[in-house]
Design a protein around this ligand. Structure first.
Ligand code: GDP
Ligand code: MG
Length: 312
């Protein structure tokens, strides 16, 4: 409104012309939350900013479409398998986290409604937040005519704001979900200027690439609580020098991640470096350390400091 007469009472003088809000993606493990998030955020922007992070949220991505900015956050405590104190802390914050966002996306798998889905739906019942039900993996339905009866069946479980069947993997029908979510955002200024998040988003994606390499190479042996933290990030002009710490809980886990003669960690490092060079489109020098933080799961400060990622 920069050209308008300050005295005029034109439409929208009081309301900002932009919208911005928080949306949580929740669902039991394996329904496709990460896949959906990656698809939503795409290559453009993903942020994991410690500074901007509230105690309840971990920011996983941003979608900015012109005047609308959507901040996607993790809602911890929705995984019943979360162990020990970590699980308790996160479960306690789960309800509050849901109350804190402007909308919730509940993800389920097409054709299925498990007790864990029901439990999550019940948790959302009193949240007073619009809940959008995403029926993911529709590409897996052999009999497409089963989708409509399924939608009818699950629609009644909660007064969903909208039900969106899609395939996060194939990218089918994802845009309508974005449109639906944008409509739910409250008016307000954007919380994140684009240039501020670029670098952080890259750091976040770096930790994800390293975690992926760990998972690929170690499978079930990867300790649940392993987390990756970028400690060094220096641009020498010719290359990006990245140093990251892989935090483990126990000496034995450290030995597994390092491997015989350091073979495992070297493999993780070179695999991750190749991925990173493709992703960042430049030369990357990657250094990895494995550090032991004994009993950190029982250390509340530690949990907070590390910006826990409850997805795994
Ligand atoms: P999360 O635990 O909820 O984060 O689930 P992930 O995103 O890790 O996905 C779990 C598995 O489901 C992975 O093997 C994905 O490739 C797969 N998956 C996710 N979305 C889809 C989809 O739309 N269609 C199919 N066929 N598979 C999917
Ligand atoms: Mg996941």
């Amino acid at each position: 409104m920069e050209h308008s007469d300050p005295g005029s009472l034109g439409r929208g003088d009081d309301l900002p012309s932009t919208r911005c809000g928080y949306v949580a993606i929740i669902g039991r493990p394996n329904v496709g939350k990460s896949t959906l998030l990656n698809h939503l955020v795409g290559e453009k922007i993903a942020a994991a900013s410690r500074k901007a992070q509230t105690t309840r949220h971990r920011i996983r991505g941003l979608i900015t479409h012109g005047p609308d900015q959507l901040v996607l956050v993790d809602t911890p405590g929705v995984d019943p398998s979360t162990p020990k104190l970590l699980g308790k802390v996160l479960n306690r914050t789960a309800q509050a986290a849901v109350d804190d966002v402007d909308a919730v996306v509940l993800v389920v798998e097409a054709g299925r409604w498990e007790p864990a889905d029901e439990a999550l739906a019940q948790r959302l019942e009193n949240s007073n937040r619009p809940v959008v039900l995403v029926i993911n993996k529709v590409d897996r339905l052999k009999d497409k005519s089963a989708l409509l009866p399924y939608i009818d069946q699950v629609r009644g479980r909660l007064p969903f704001h909208e039900v969106v069947p899609l395939s996060a993997l194939k990218g089918q029908n994802v845009e309508p979900l974005v449109d639906t979510l944008m409509q739910l955002l409250p008016p307000g200024p954007h919380l994140f200027p684009d240039d501020e998040i670029t670098d952080r988003s890259q750091r976040f994606r770096v930790t994800e690439v390293i975690r992926e390499q760990l998972l690929e190479r170690l499978g079930q042996e990867v300790p649940y609580a392993t987390s990756v933290e970028v400690e060094q990030w220096e641009d020498s002009g010719t290359a990006l020098h990245i140093g990251a710490v892989i935090w483990v809980e126990r000496e034995g886990q450290k030995a597994i991640v390092v491997g015989k003669g350091g073979r495992m960690i070297k493999g993780v490092g070179s695999g991750a470096r190749l991925e990173l060079e493709q992703m960042l489109e430049r030369k990357v020098m990657l250094k990895l350390w494995v550090k032991l933080r004994d009993g950190w799961q029982d250390d509340l400060d530690g949990i907070r400091r590390m910006g826990i990622d409850v997805e795994s």
